[in-house]
Design a protein around this ligand. Structure first.
Ligand SMILES: [Zn+2]
Ligand SMILES: [Zn+2]
Length: 148
């Protein structure tokens, strides 16, 4: 994204000219597209004097306004994201889900860690053990539900 420092228009991508006021961004371009410095009177590549008008140099005020705007956009996105995540969190009944979720994460983590320790042929046994473990865990969870 580029912002014109003359008309403060934001354009997508990296265009050579501002689509609103037709100025170039901090450089002067000749009709062939050679890039010249802001102070150039003639193109250093082809000698053309038909150079574009560059946008005004960026002042600290416009830079600050740019960062404030960007900060505002980022903060808005972050707040929206957090609000969404929070709404999902609130909608879940944590007193029921949390202990099982923690147990499941711990078990999966432990199993994966165990897998890395085991050599190839033993991994099969490990997988079978994992299945049994999951069955046991599911039974436990089922029993827990039955008590309530
Ligand atoms: Zn412009
Ligand atoms: Zn040129």
């Amino acid at each position: 994204m580029r912002r014109c420092t003359s008309c403060f228009h934001y354009s997508r991508g990296h265009p050579a000219y501002c689509p609103r006021c037709g100025r170039t961004y901090s450089v002067r371009l000749c009709p062939r597209g050679h890039i010249n410095g802001r102070s150039a009177q003639y193109c250093t590549d082809c000698g053309s004097d038909d150079l574009s008008t560059p946008a005004a140099p960026e002042t600290w005020l416009s830079r600050v306004s740019h960062w404030i705007l960007m900060g505002f956009v980022i903060v808005t996105v972050v707040i929206t994201l957090f609000a969404f995540i929070a709404s999902v969190f609130v909608s879940i009944d944590w007193s029921q889900v949390a202990p099982r979720l923690v147990a499941m994460v711990l078990m999966i983590g432990l199993l994966q860690w165990l897998m890395t320790l085991l050599p190839g042929p033993v991994q099969k046994i490990g997988k079978a053990a994992a299945k049994t473990g999951m069955k046991f865990f599911r039974n436990q969870a089922g029993r827990g539900r039955g008590h309530r």
